[in-house]
Design a protein around this ligand. Sequence first.
Ligand code: ADP
Ligand code: MG
Length: 634
Amino acid sequence: MKQFKAESKRLLDLMIHSIYTHKEIFLRELISNASDAIDKLYYKTLQDGDTGLSRDDFEIRITADKENRTLTIEDNGCGMTKEELENNLGTIAKSGSLDFKKNNEKSDNIDIIGQFGVGFYAAFMVSSKVVVESKAYGSDEAWKWESSGVEGYTVDSCEKEGRGTKITLYLLPENSEEESYDQYLDGFTIKRLVKKYSDYIRYPIKMELQKSRMKEKPADAPKDAEPEYETYTELETLNSMVPIWRKNKNEVTNEEYEQFYRDKFFDYEKPLKIIRSSTEGTATYDALLFIPSHASYDYYSKSYEKGLQLYSNGVLIMDKCADLLPDCFSFVQGLVDSQDLSLNISREMLQHDRQLKLIEGRLEKKIKEELQNMLKNDRENYEKFFKAFGLQLKYGVYANFGQQKELLQDLLMFWSSKEKKMVTLEEYVSRMKEDQKYIYYASGDSVAKVDLLPQTEALKDRDYEILYLTEGVDEFALKILAKYNDKEFKSVSDNDLGLETEEEKETAKKLVEENKDLLNTMKDDLGDEVKQVIVSQKLKSHPVCLSTDGALSIEMEKVLNSMPGEEKGNVKAQRVLELNANHPVFTKLQELYKEDPEKLKQYSKLLYNQALLIEGVPISDPVAFSNAICDLMV
Ligand code: ADP
Ligand code: MG
């Protein structure tokens, strides 16, 4: 007896002890696997050229044996070798199952079982024993995998006629307190379940159903004789086989789309948006797209592969066709079915296919339209969407030197100092004050921290709205945008916020003139750390803050320095130390300038370090800083 891998054992254990009321989904799982196995083989034969197999040769067969209480699901797909049986059924293979595991660590919510593909192990929700007999395509050996639960499984050689996989479920004993297992031996229950979960499966799911009919009356029977009935069996195809994306829009319910999405794309939550789009003309296709409601655990990692399923006339020809989706919308899931594509087209050829480019362009427009509609008509969901994928949109603005910025700028959202919620650039601009020149923004680690920045004081005083940027990419994206609606973006940390009136400028000039020597001395005290020490226009109550001169801000400096491969401290923004001339500390500095230059030097450093701390930049010598404060205290 072989052991299951640890996490498989846990999932299996969960299935066996499941008190889940929708155990019926086991059938959906097994049918999906059978259909996947046929897809795999069919796709392979298309690539390999003529193998004499056609679509009509494939089927999924369900058989119920009431006497022995077994239910069999059989396919003539790719089958599994001995190794594949062990690897695929002894371990959790797919993202769906892994997602499940992750989620289950957080909550013990068993209900999650019904919401997405839990896979093969679902069979153990209704069976005491599961036997899988399989013969791989091209092999003449068959193997039998058998397991009665967590103790383990065995694999032995066996006899099997055709290629493919046959799964036999030994149903659990009937137990009146729980749900009935006998029902799964009833042909009409099975038919109902197939219709419910697997109607769109593109291969026939066949089953022999017991039916009854009126016997033909013998010619000599009396006219008023009771009709007689007889039973007979008929092989019936249970599913309609029309892919969901080919059905009339009004024939498909939202629940069906959602079920399809969960089943195909391994998500346990329903999608935020379902998009169906069909076109005829230069590119003929049907597309069924989904915007997920959350980012999958690997979405923002390298291992995430974007792409849509590509079908040619209802036959899957590629599982993840990356060329159909622009990077900025890489979170979209779904499929495209086009009759214009040839079936045995290779991946390399696809990459250069004009048809695909055309479709991509159309989909890009469509997705944007749908997102904009959501933003306009369903704000709550849009905010949910933006929380999950806004980062990707912002990367999209920044990528390729802003090639996509026109497409994306109206989909962006940032936190507003005034509205205390996410707002769009359009909304911001529509609220701008008459005398306001710029779209102001402030960056930092969190909304709470940004809100405390002294640099925002003067703007808040004027009742200007400020956008709070809390993500590394934000400022880069705005720099690439440069303007929105002809309004330039301006960081609150820029040393010129364009706020002063002529009068104020005069006063400022005078102040600088009067304190020129003090400011220069302080600049000398700080050396290369700062480019300039100035009298601030933006401070009201705080004594000091940092601003920057030039294109690079402190936040951008942080991001660039944290890039892998970048030497720490290599990138440096040009810092400007701003002092509040109305603060008592400034008066003190003026005194020291005259009486105690040594102490002034010490204070300059203290103030500079304070300004760094406010910006969230580590100071170079925290110990010296701390000692200097202690000196002041005693
Ligand atoms: P998933 O379908 O998400 O990959 P499952 O637990 O449903 O996960 O199945 C695990 C694996 O077992 C599949 O990926 C597939 O390789 C293999 N498998 C299951 N059923 C079949 C089948 N009927 N024919 C061939 N392979 C199968
Ligand atoms: Mg599966």
